[in-house]
Design a protein around this ligand. Structure first.
Ligand code: CMP
Length: 143
């Protein structure tokens, strides 16, 4: 089954909107199969954001991601990568459509509440950075 990596960033945790974000993913029909409230290590930030390390905004991105706890999660469902990206909305909240998580709950690119994998390849890579196989749960749905 398709899986995607999702992270509620420190601004989302501090603002008390973990539940609101998770509710949207649950309401859509996605299944939460791993979750961890954690301070993300420098090593993991460097790995996770490897493609952005040389960009001018990287120092502030790194400081922000390490500034407080994040909720790292894996969500499962057919086509989950594309579905979650649609629910999350554009990177810049000013461009994110109303009804999306960033469109409804964020104001600036530097504090945009949530990260979601942008492809199946990114999802596999990011899941491997943040979770060990033993951290996944399996459960039957009632449908
Ligand atoms: P995310 O989806 O986690 O992927 C890369 C992150 O880098 C992005 O969300 C933003 O938080 C951050 N980012 C991207 N572009 C910029 C920018 N121009 N200035 C600051 N942060 C950025």
């Amino acid at each position: 089954m398709d899986r995607t990596f999702v992270m509620i960033k420190p601004d989302g945790v501090q603002r008390g909107i973990i539940g609101a974000v998770i509710s949207r993913l649950e309401a859509k029909g996605l299944k939460l199969v791993a979750a961890n409230l954690t301070m993300i290590s420098e090593e993991k930030v460097m790995e996770h954001y490897a493609e952005h390390v040389a960009k001018p905004f990287f120092p502030s991105l790194k400081e922000y991601i390490m500034s407080g706890p994040v909720v790292a999660m894996v969500w499962e469902g057919k086509g989950s990568v594309a579905i979650v990206r649609k629910l999350v909305g554009a990177t810049n909240p000013a461009d994110a459509a109303p009804g999306t998580i960033r469109g409804d709950m964020a104001m600036e690119t530097g504090k945009n509440v949530i990260h979601a994998s942008d492809s199946d390849e990114s999802a596999a890579r990011e899941i491997a950075i943040h979770f060990a196989n033993a951290e996944f749960v399996a459960y039957a749905r009632l449908d």
